[in-house]
Structures are given as C-alpha cells and as structure tokens.
Write a new protein. Structure first.
Length: 483
C-alpha cells in the first residue's frame, strides 16, 4: 500500500521522515488522491486506537498491555515455519504472565474469515500464504488496528529509538492503507534467480550479467545433460517474481508504475515487456526448462533443483528454509541480481527486487490489541530478528539486524546482493493489489508461454486485455502509485 501525508496531525515525525527517506531512495511512490479515496474508507480516525483491555503505560510497558490478559496469535506455517513466532511468544509469556494461545496453519483465510465476521478474531495474525485474508477489505471495514502507537513505541534494544527508527523505510510504505499504517511486513524478501554456486564452480560457469549471456549459458548447460531452468508449473506466478522485476529493471519504474496503475496500453506500449517476454519465449523454444516442470509444485521444483536436475529457479529468499530438507550440505545456495537487457536499461547493473513481505496484522476488535502490538515489538528486537535469520534463513525488516552474524549460504548471498544493489531496489505492487489478475489470469498465460504453447506477442496482448478488464470492473478496488 502507498503512503500519504499526515491526516488530522496524527502522523508522527518518524513515519514522515522514513517515508521521505524511502521516496528519496526510489523505494516507494506516494499515491495520488484517487488512491486515498479508494482506501480512506478504512477510517483513519481515533476510533482505531487501542481500547481494551489496557494496562498502565510505563517505560517498560509503553503500549499499556494488561498483565494476565489472554492473548491469541494465528501464524502462517509455511516456508518460514512458526517456531520463530513461538520463541517471541515465550518472551511475551514471561513478561505478562500468560500463555499465548498459538495456532500455526496454512489456512489463515478460511479459518479466520468467519471469526472476523463473528466479531471474535485472534489478536495478532501472520496473514500469509495462498489462503490469506483480504487485508484491503478488512482495513476498509475498520477491522485492523492502527499500528502508529507501535511505530512510536521505543525499541526493545534502545529506548532512545522508536520502532520507526529501526525498521526499513519501505516497511512503512507498504503497510499503509490510506493514512493508516495497519500492516507490518515483518520479513524482507530478496527475489531473483536462485542457483547452486557449487554447481556453477564445478562446471566453470559464471552467473550471467545479461539476458543474452543467460541464453548462451543455458546452451552450455543443456549440452551437459542438465536442464538450465525449472519452475513451479502448478503455480506459474512464481516466474513473475523474476519476469515482472526484469521488466521494471529494463524499462524503469515509471513504466512499471503505469502497469501497477492499470493504465491503458501499459503492457503493449512498453518495449521492455516485449524484450523480457520474448526472452522467456526463446528459453521455452530451445527447451531450456526441465521437462515436466509444468506439472510440479513449488516443493517438487525445488527438490528437482536441489538434486541437480536444473541449475536455476525463480524464487524468494524463503526458499533456503523451505527447501532445507532436500538441500545438500555443500549446495552453496545463492541468488543473483536481475539481468541487463542492454545499454538502454533504465536501471543499472546490480538492480535487485527486494521488498517487505510476511504481513502481520492486529485485529482492532480483538480482545487484546495492545498485546498483539507488544508481541510485534518483541519480534522487532535484534534478539528475535537474529533468531528469525537463524531459524528461517531470511532477513527481517529490522535494519542491520544480521550484522556480525555468521549467515547461512543463501542468506549471506541475499544480504550481499542487497547491499550491492544500494538504492537500486525494485518494489512492485501489481501482485499485491490484484492477485487474481497476476496469479490466475496472467499466471495461466505464463504457464502456456513456458511450455511453448503461447507466443510472446499473444501473451502481451492477452495480458493487456486482462488488465483492461480489471480496470473496468467496478467490483474491484483500485489503487494508484505516483511516478
């Protein structure tokens, strides 16, 4: 979601400064008034402040958590597992004299939709996975707790620093609905082309810098009897983690924002779209994808990759933890930056897609919203950010939390390319705002593209038509980013 200016003077200095920093870095775009109108129904007034059961606020208890009050956490148990959350809950239990009621599940939406409707939601929720809750709708209904008091609360590590001072600025941008910050994206995901550094080294191959070099290397890999690529064919939108970002890298963020905004001909007039989609058409035509990939789940494709049946896979940094059961000890998992398209690229070599992920929400009408926010404050300490990195091999939104740590191969690689990218980070909203469009409609087209059953020109034409249909559909809430 996009950030906005202050509303009724409720926006803290920390939030504004971080948003300005993020915009200056090119990480975010401030939305237009049409976006504010779309999101303002969430109610940015004082009615969303924590009400009960409140305890007395103090330096040690800045959010006013009532000791002994029941608290419930609902955590998505997917690629990241849920032990990291249980560990934070253990610290919460010690401090507040309770045992957090914990549920780990992959069916967040199906299990919690009736509870929100019935007025008895859990206090804090990791709203991730395919079956997640519709946060846009919940926010517009006033169901989500305004987390400004969390941003203003002191860090567990340094009372002189607010939470807003210690988290990545784009975390605040992405967690906004209108003028209200009501979603905390706890993780920071690095998306890209993942590979085994050992496999490249053993064969004398180097990670390609350009799309053309990738095609050339794929030919060499295939000669060795290995598939250059595999992917989650049953969920072809995984390929979009690379494909969409590659378009933004070559064509520039302004052109991609037109796609995010569902502007007319945004896909068909963009030369970068043609170049990137034709690249994937070429990979398919030369049979550079592992045979049978179209029938694989994300787990099956990762297993085939770990077994050396393919060299490259499009994925996010959760893959190291998710694929751990089948990853050889000497695999040396790594991730590379986006490929250069040519001298006309709008963004430089080393550009990376890296953005907040793993959305946490607190139910504004839950029994203990103060407790829900306090659990998040605990999770945002360096202790638990480092525990997250150790347990699930992924970064959090806590800035520099992994400094001085010995990192796993995949996490070390992700951290390295993240630092190398500097300000050249890409953050996309299309999949966040319109998942049915990207994951089902365009995803179906991408599946056909990768099997050679659809030409690039037809992919582009049909993708534009799908985007136009969403634009015209009054039942779909629309969002806008500013260039």
């Amino acid at each position: 979601m996009g950030s906005t200016s202050a509303h009724n003077n409720r926006e803290g200095v920390g939030r504004r400064d971080l948003i300005k920093r993020s915009a200056a870095l090119g990480l975010i775009s401030v939305p237009t008034m049409s976006f504010l109108s779309a999101c303002a129904t969430g109610g940015g007034g004082d009615d969303k402040e924590t009400k009960a059961p409140g305890g007395e606020k103090s330096a040690a208890n800045p959010l006013g958590v009532k000791k002994g009050a029941a608290m419930e956490a609902f955590i998505f148990k997917g690629g990241l597992g849920d032990q990291y959350a249980r560990d934070a809950e253990a610290d919460y239990n010690k401090t507040y004299g309770v045992t957090v009621k914990h549920t780990g599940t992959q069916q967040v939406g199906p299990k919690l939709t009736p509870r929100f409707a019935g007025g008895n939601p859990p206090d804090v929720i990791d709203n991730s996975g395919a079956d997640h809750l519709d946060m846009n709708k919940l926010s517009s209904q006033g169901q989500l707790q305004d987390l400004q008091s969390l941003l203003d609360a002191p860090s567990m590590d340094d009372a002189d620093k607010k939470i807003s001072d210690v988290i990545h600025p784009s975390t605040i941008e992405k967690g906004m609905h209108g003028d209200v910050f009501d979603v905390l994206y706890y993780a920071f995901t690095i998306y890209g082309t993942w590979f085994s550094q050992k496999a490249l080294d053993d064969n004398g191959w180097e990670y390609p810098k350009t799309l053309d070099e990738m095609v050339t290397l794929c030919g060499e890999i295939k000669k060795e009897g290995i598939a250059p690529w595999t992917y989650a064919g049953k969920y072809p939108y995984y390929v979009h983690f690379n494909l969409f970002a590659q378009i933004a890298k070559i064509g520039g963020m302004d052109s991609w924002i037109e796609i995010d905004n569902l502007e007319p001909n945004a896909w068909t007039k963009n030369d970068a779209v043609k170049q990137v989609v034709e690249h994937y058409e070429e990979l398919a035509a030369k049979k550079y994808f592992l045979q049978g990939s179209q029938g694989l789940t994300h787990i099956q494709s990762q297993t085939a990759w770990n077994k050396g049946k393919a060299i490259f896979i499009p994925n996010g940094s959760w893959v190291e933890n998710e694929a751990a059961p089948t990853t050889p000890k000497d695999f040396q998992m790594a991730v590379g930056a986006l490929f250069d398209g040519g001298s006309g690229d709008k963004m430089p070599h080393g550009t990376l897609r890296g953005e907040p992920s793993e959305p946490y929400i607190v139910a504004g009408k839950g029994k203990n919203p103060a407790g829900g926010m306090e659990l998040l404050r605990i999770m945002l300490s360096k202790k638990h950010a480092q525990n997250f990195a150790t347990k699930v091999k992924s970064l959090t939104c806590v800035v520099d939390a992994t400094e001085g740590m010995t990192l796993s191969p995949g996490l070390a690689s992700a951290s390295s390319v993240f630092k190398a990218a500097g300000d050249n980070l890409i953050s996309l909203q299309l999949q966040e705002w319109y998942p049915t469009l990207t994951d089902e409609k365009i995803g179906g087209l991408t599946g056909q593209l990768l099997t050679g059953d659809l030409k690039a020109a037809d992919w582009i034409k049909k993708t534009q038509a799908y985007a136009d249909a969403v634009k015209k559909d009054d039942s779909v809430q629309k969002f806008t980013r500013e260039k």
